[in-house]
Design a protein around this ligand. Structure first.
Ligand code: AMP
Length: 398
């Protein structure tokens, strides 16, 4: 079965074409700057990569272009588009409605549409991608995989906010959590690597990329997670502030800031970028910090300090920790950040091995010292592969 996985962001579309159940990647690519100047497409098939500047004024034209690229060019991955048996879509917000991936029908589409209020940056482009794919591939099963679904198992003490109860009930204000497909994949993969049954592993997963979140996983299920009603809560991120005193926003409103300005500030102008004043990119910040840039150093310090606080909190939540798992662009590649997040944690049985840590970059590996009671793992995430797996299972079952 050939399954196309589509991840539509606000101005980009990531895609991967899988042969299932082997999970062999037949083609993959990234279309960037949709609707902006000079959109570009990086497409890889049969080991050959090709970047080209393309015409992609809308997401719909982007999907059309991707489908054409899969069947044409010097290295077509498919002889004809009808070879695609199913499509899996990443959808950011499924709220409380979706606790697992689902086959898309009209009811699912309208529910995703309703959720747009909670994820205005993400759900609308996700929906445009689904509708365009349905139009170009009529009659082919389409599946939605939700970032929130893995966190449907959060107990009420973890998902409820200490705000007036009726108000939260009426407006659906609760912790949903995000990056669920990634937390699920890396926690279950960690169980596999450690030879622990998936339904028995207790671990803390750290998805550290441009967006960052951590999850406490008990017996293979999410029991707490750092992102909340929206993907703004929790860790310091590339441009998002994460946890702050909510009264700061009220204070700033008293100084003339509008809700729209605060929304932009917290989502786009804070985090690593806001603290450093120079970049949201960890690689660049490491370089700047080494060259003596104090604010770049401070940004990294606050980032790691926050991760470390959550490790402590989630160790307390779980009571027993088999592993701490690092993933995402930073978690997979930045040994310095991992070392700083795990420093002086022998109290919790956590100690990193400096050599193993530095040698493990962008691949699976164990990085704990010999006396560390807790395994420390690097596991590259595979959200697309997990979505392809869900799509395969759903299509086979129906
Ligand atoms: P992501 O959102 O998962 O793509 O992660 C992006 C973040 O990972 C940025 O802060 C990058 O600086 C950081 N990063 C560090 N090393 C790498 C690498 N080798 N490849 C990709 N991202 C990296």
């Amino acid at each position: 079965m050939k399954i196309l996985v589509v991840n539509c962001g606000s101005s980009s579309i990531k895609y991967q074409l899988f042969l299932m159940p082997e999970k062999m990647v037949l083609a993959k690519g990234l279309l960037e700057r949709i609707g902006e100047a000079e959109p570009s497409l990086l497409h890889t098939a049969r080991g050959l990569s090709h970047r080209s500047f393309v015409d992609a004024p809308t997401h719909e034209s982007g999907i059309d272009l991707i489908l054409t690229t899969l069947t044409s060019g010097p290295n077509p991955a498919l002889a004809k588009i009808e070879e695609i048996n199913a499509v899996g879509h990443r959808v950011v917000h499924g709220a409380a409605e979706f606790t697992d991936s689902v086959l898309i029908d009209d009811g699912v589409l309208s529910t995703i549409e309703r959720m747009a209020d909670l994820a205005p940056l993400h759900n609308p482009p996700n929906l445009v991608g689904i509708r365009a794919t349905m139009r170009f591939l009529p009659g082919i099963p389409q599946v939605a995989s939700f970032d929130t679904a893995f966190h449907a198992t959060l107990p009420s003490a973890a998902h409820s906010y200490s705000l007036p109860y009726e108000l939260c009930e009426r407006l659906g204000v609760r912790r949903f959590g995000f990056h669920g497909t990634s937390h699920r994949y890396v926690s279950w993969r960690a169980a596999e690597l450690l030879g622990i049954n998936r339904s028995e592993i207790h671990c803390i997963t750290c998805h550290l990329g441009n967006g960052c979140s951590m999850t406490a996983v008990r017996n293979g299920r999410s029991v707490d997670t750092s992102m909340g009603l929206t993907p703004l809560e929790g860790l310091v991120m590339g441009t998002r502030c994460g946890d702050i005193d909510p009264a700061i926003l009220l204070y700033l409103m008293g100084h003339g800031f509008s809700a729209a300005a605060l929304n932009k500030m917290c989502n786009k102008e804070s985090g690593l970028l806001g603290i450093s004043g120079s970049s949201n990119d960890m690689r660049e910040l490491e370089e700047r910090a080494s060259a003596g840039d104090r604010r770049a150093r401070l940004a990294i310090d606050i980032f790691c300090y926050r991760v470390k606080k959550y490790i402590g909190a989630y160790a307390a939540v779980l009571g027993r920790v088999d592993a701490v798992v690092f993933t995402g662009g930073i978690g997979e590649n930045e040994a310095g950040v991992r070392a700083q997040c795990c420093s002086d944690l022998l109290l919790l049985g956590i100690e990193i091995d400096p050599d193993r840590n530095v040698l493990t970059r962008g691949r699976e590996g164990e990085i704990q010292s010999d006396r560390s009671r807790v395994k420390l793992l690097v596991v590259p995430t595979d959200e697309e592969g997990a979505i392809a797996g869900d799509t395969y299972q759903l299509v086979r079952r129906n």
